[in-house]
Design a protein around this ligand. Structure first.
Ligand code: NIG
Ligand code: FE
Length: 414
């Protein structure tokens, strides 16, 4: 927990302790010549130089100047599958030649191939590999990241993944926070082919132990994977065990995942490339965060999710990377921003809200992180420029120079 004073910052931030919905997503506070004080990892002052209280023990504070450049909340990447064995570049090539994500999965490749590699990989290897991703994320300004299990698909390996994520979170707690999701419902393991409902029973029996390590439960709600009734049964059982809920919804076909997320009271529904208009309306009415993952649409050559429809319907939209070895091997925040602005017609302001406050809301943490306001965690980033509008203009290039986590500088390329 650090004590830090940042002088002369142009602070760009959404405001509030709840998701920003609809037209509120474009409201950013923009205050040049500002100072920020972080005490014991928490923001204790935001304002002009004149109003800044003199710290009791000034010698305990590190002071840096932003030199007028942008300071923003740290990014929240609220959807990743970052813990996995092996890689799947062969499938990527097959898809370039016309194969589809689902046909590869149905042939026993896809997620199942990563399950096999994850089972074979040592803990040491998995932890090191995940740390490499976490370091790269931190350089791009990510201070909170969600991570899912789901490459085990049996009790032993699912719990092993959750324990490893817990271990990694403790080891990395000086530069990034990890929020863990149980996603045993990522695919149907071959031994349960044609017996999805029995596999759902197995998943339900894992919930009490999974809850020791995970806050969220997620399901790949998709045609020929976990269809609506299986997803509903699992999610309702998870809710009874105290899990917060997420869904991979309407990713490949329109199935009613958006509607189901509203029905079960999910915190977020994710992907939504093929969501129905009714699903959008119900999500808006129920306050489900629509987490859109443009890197996946890009990598799968699929149409982008209808971000404008969500925002115009009054929904809260979050953006995340979906980093995983199959559908989207990228954790690039800069490219996520560029794709959202170029192809999803989101404004720069909406994009920033989607990656900060609404990312936090997608993890049910909007009262703790996601804005630069007194009382929130001292997680923020500095850009190489005083103009936040260049974020999508830097296509795939990083203009984050400094990442601050809990008031400590954890990445610095000034
Ligand atoms: O979000 N659709 C399911 N899960 C991931 C892909 C995981 C994988 O292919 O390994 C996704 O796209
Ligand atoms: Fe995913």
């Amino acid at each position: 927990m650090g004590n830090l004073i940042i002088e002369n910052a142009r602070i760009i931030t959404p405001l509030g302790n709840k998701s920003a919905k609809g037209s509120d997503m474009s409201k950013l506070s923009d205050t040049p010549d500002s100072h920020i004080v972080i005490t014991d990892g928490r923001i204790t002052y935001v304002g002009n130089k004149e109003g800044m209280p003199k710290p009791d023990q000034p010698e305990k504070y590190k002071t840096i100047s932003a030199n007028g450049n942008v300071v923003m909340p740290g990014f929240v990447d609220s959807h990743t599958h970052m813990l996995f064995g092996g890689f799947r570049p062969d499938e990527f090539e097959w898809r370039l030649k016309g194969d589809s994500y689902m046909s590869i999965m149905e042939r026993g490749g896809g997620i199942q191939s990563t399950v096999d590699s994850t089972k074979k990989a040592s803990d040491y290897h998995l932890v090191n590999k995940t740390f490499w991703f976490l370091k790269r994320m931190s350089e791009m300004g990510v201070t909170t990241v969600e991570a899912k299990s789901g490459y085990g698909l049996d009790k032993k390996t699912e719990l092993r993944m959750l324990r490893l994520l817990d271990y990694i979170n403790k080891q990395s707690d000086k530069f990034i926070d990890i929020v863990t999701t149980f996603m045993g419902a990522h695919a149907i393991p071959p031994e349960y082919k044609g017996r999805t409902s029995e596999y759902v029973d197995v998943l339900i029996s894992m919930l009490p132990e999974a809850k020791e390590y995970a806050d969220f439960c997620d399901v790949f709600c998709e045609k020929n994977v976990f269809e609506i009734e299986d997803s509903r049964r699992l999610l309702n059982a998870a809710k009874e065990h105290g899990f917060k809920l997420k869904l991979h919804a309407d990713e490949i076909v329109t199935l009613g995942g958006g509607e189901l997320s509203a029905e079960v009271g999910a915190i977020s529904a994710d992907h939504l490339l093929h969501v129905s208009d009714e699903g959008i309306r119900q999500m808006a009415d129920s306050g489900v965060v629509a987490t859109l993952l443009p890197l996946t649409a890009f990598a799968l050559k699929e149409p982008y999710a209808p971000a404008r429809k969500f925002i115009d319907a009054g929904c809260a939209v979050a953006l995340a990377t979906d980093l995983n070895p199959g559908s989207c091997f990228s954790g690039s925040i800069p490219l996520t921003i560029a794709l959202a602005c170029i192809y999803m017609n989101m404004s720069i302001e909406e994009t920033i809200t989607a990656l900060t406050l609404n990312g936090a809301a997608a993890l049910d943490m909007a009262d703790e992180i996601g804005t630069i306001e007194v009382g929130k965690k001292g997680n923020l980033i500095m850009l190489s420029t005083d103009n936040y509008r260049v974020l999508p203009y830097y296509v795939g290039m990083n203009c984050v120079t400094t990442t601050v986590f809990d008031g400590e500088i954890v990445y610095d390329a000034r």
